[in-house]
Write a new protein. Structure first.
Length: 134
């Protein structure tokens, strides 16, 4: 029906927006993590310069986190699939924790999220994904 097609189109737009926001959050988190590691190894003059760049990075993290939260909220209004919303939250946490030492949490979470989004658009339920223990 026309309503179902419109809902599916709105979901696609929201899912793309969420995935883009998650990628932005992961990138900003990674950059901030790298800058923090570099600042620990540099002399005091360079630390001041890096501190300014880290502040900009933290602002980018905050903005990306807001975009992710907004997209998750929009997604929650469009789908009755609570598992999908939980996966989006897991991916958000993984993106926020991304560092040079740990990129796997985000990669795994976003892979599960993408697959579940595709299933949701096909009106099929997501599989019971195993959860990572922290």
């Amino acid at each position: 029906s026309k309503r179902e097609d419109e809902l599916k189109a709105q979901k696609r737009v929201t899912y793309v927006r969420l995935l883009a926001a998650l990628t932005d959050l992961m990138g900003a988190s990674l950059e901030t993590s790298v800058l923090a590691a570099v600042a620990r190894s540099e002399d005091s003059a360079q630390r001041e310069e890096l501190a300014g760049r880290r502040m900009q990075g933290m602002e980018a993290v905050k903005d990306a986190h807001t975009a992710v939260s907004n997209a998750i909220a929009e997604m929650a209004l469009l789908t009755a699939n609570n598992d999908l919303v939980a996966l989006a939250s897991e991916a958000s946490a993984g993106a926020a924790r991304t560092s040079n030492e740990d990129r796997t949490s985000f990669a795994l979470a976003v892979s599960k999220l993408r697959a579940s989004m595709q299933l949701d658009l096909q009106a099929r339920r997501s599989p019971a994904w195993p959860t990572r223990r922290r």
